[in-house]
Structure formats: C-alpha cells, structure tokens
Ligand binder design. Structure first.
Ligand code: ASP
Length: 286
C-alpha cells in the first residue's frame, strides 16, 4: 500500500516583525509547494526536502543562502545538512561562502558517500569538482542584512515522507548574526540540527550552541515511544533544552505514519505543512 505523502517546511524560530508575517508565510508555502511537486510526481522524500530548502535558500527573506546573516567580519558563512532515513545517508557542509545553495552541496556529499561533513574552502573546492559554479559571496548579502543590527533566527528546514514510506530531513542557515568567523552551528551537524531514521525526520532551529549540546534532533526522536507520539516527543526534547540551556529553539518532527509536530519556545516559528493527495491539503502558521 502506498503511504500518503507529507511535507513540512519551517522558516526559523525567532521574532518576526508583524509586517513580515504574511511574507514569511508566503515564502514557506511557496517552498513547501516546490517540495510537494516532487512528492506528488512520485519523487523521493530526499529530493523533496532538497527542492524545498533550495527554494528557501533562494528566497532573500530567509537566513539561508541568499539573505544569510553576516558574521563579525561582515561576511556570509553558511551551514547546511541533509539526511535520508531508510539508508542513514547523510551529507553536511559548514562555513561555506561561495556556493549558491549549501544544501545542494550537502546533497552531493551525501551522494558521494565517502564523508559526511566538509567545511570551508576545502568544501568549496569539492563543490567545484562536482560542477557547482562558484558564486561571489557578496551575492548572498542583501540590503536587509547589511542594514541589520540585531540577531536573527530565520534558519530554514524541511522534513518529508514520500509515497514509499521513506523519510528525509534538511536544514540550512547563515547562522547567527555577528558570529565569529569559522563558527559552525547545529545546522551542519547530523543529530543536532538535522536527523532522519526509521523512527522519524527532524529539522531544528534556534541557538545553535544549545542545540548542539542537547543533540536536539536525535534527542527528539529518542523521546518517541508507543506512549509518546511526535507532539509529546518534540515537547519533551524542547523542554529538556530549555531547562538545561535556557535557549530558544524550535523543531519540526515527522514520523512514518505521517504524524507530525511543530514546536518552539520562541515568539514565532513560521511553518507550512502539505499532506494528502493531488494538490495536497495546506496548513500554515507562525
Ligand atoms: N540554528 C542556527 C545556528 O545556530 C540559527 C537559527 O536556527 O536561527 O546556526
């Protein structure tokens, strides 16, 4: 029997100015539809999360790819990761500046299968070897980020379940505003910002240092039990993080039955969920 596909996108945990709410939701929905088109066409969960996250990276409203926040030297350094749940295949990149879509590079690393995480200029050299065009790091810098003075949390992520019951997750970010050069956050780390196995798929957002110390993505899946579904498991993991680190964070979790949770302890976290058949049923919120 075919599984009913599900896809959820998030646009990061943080505080969005009221005037931007509709814009951010529209961006999430457009990206979710991009991923949904892959699932609807019989494509894999892995291809779907990549397509959705690439759409968010190309959307300057989000802190990933184009629109990434600047580090302490006024440069963009981006992290991303992607994982497929049935084969435990994973790929990740940290502190890259000259690729347009970090999640695409993470996917190339996953497909190559030799390593899981590559960082900095060496990761960029691998991107060139794989045929990804170099982009000027300044193309990622938008006027909005240049003018920005405060911390931003608009990392992006996606989880999906395809019609063959396969799960996948992906996350991408410019990190946190003003970070020291070379800082790599949870979004590049499998088990922290991103994880997928046979129990579920997770993408996290929020203060990377706290998420890393909590091992949040894997922790949330480990909280799943016959008595605790996605909602309880995600809540439990997030409560643990808040209690031990005091940080703000959020996560999306999807299980193989298509049950899901969107949880956060930040003022906002934009998301869009599509499930069902055909054009799918869309729900979204902040
Ligand atoms: N988790 C990201 C990081 O620390 C930031 C975020 O989600 O807003 O790099």
């Amino acid at each position: 029997m075919q599984t009913v596909p599900v896809l959820i996108v998030h646009g990061g945990a943080g505080r969005y100015p009221q005037a931007e709410h509709e814009d951010v939701l529209a961006g999430c929905e457009a990206a979710a539809r991009r991923g949904w088109a892959v699932l609807h066409g019989g494509g894999s969960a892995l291809d779907a999360v990549q397509a959705a996250v690439m759409a968010l990276e190309d959307d300057p409203r989000f802190n990933a790819g184009t629109g990434s926040v600047l580090n302490a030297r006024g440069r963009v350094e981006m992290d991303a990761s992607i994982m497929e749940g049935s084969g435990f295949a994973a790929g990740a990149v940290g502190a890259v500046s000259t690729v347009r879509n970090p999640v695409q590079l993470a996917r190339l690393i996953l497909d190559q299968g030799e390593t899981v995480l590559r960082v900095g200029p060496a990761a960029e050299a691998f991107a060139r070897e794989q045929g990804l065009k170099a982009v000027d790091p300044d193309t990622h810098v938008t006027d909005r980020q240049r003018a920005r003075w405060q911390d931003a949390h608009e990392t992006v992520g996606c989880v999906a379940l395809d019609d063959r019951g396969r799960l996948a997750a992906a996350t991408s970010t410019g990190g946190v505003f003003g970070k020291p050069p070379g800082r790599v956050g949870d979004s590049a780390l499998i088990g922290c910002g991103t994880y997928a196995d046979e129990r579920g798929a997770v993408s996290c957002t929020g203060r990377g240092e706290a998420i890393i110390r909590a091992g949040l993505a894997l922790r949330a899946l480990s909280c799943l039990s016959p008595a605790a579904g996605p909602r309880q498991a995600a809540d439990q993991a997030l409560r643990w993080l808040a209690r031990h680190t005091g940080a703000e964070a959020g996560l999306i979790l999807l299980d193989p039955r298509g049950e899901s949770a969107v949880v956060h302890n930040a003022p906002h976290m934009a998301f869009c969920r599509i499930d069902g058949r055909g054009d799918g049923r869309v729900s979204r919120g902040l």
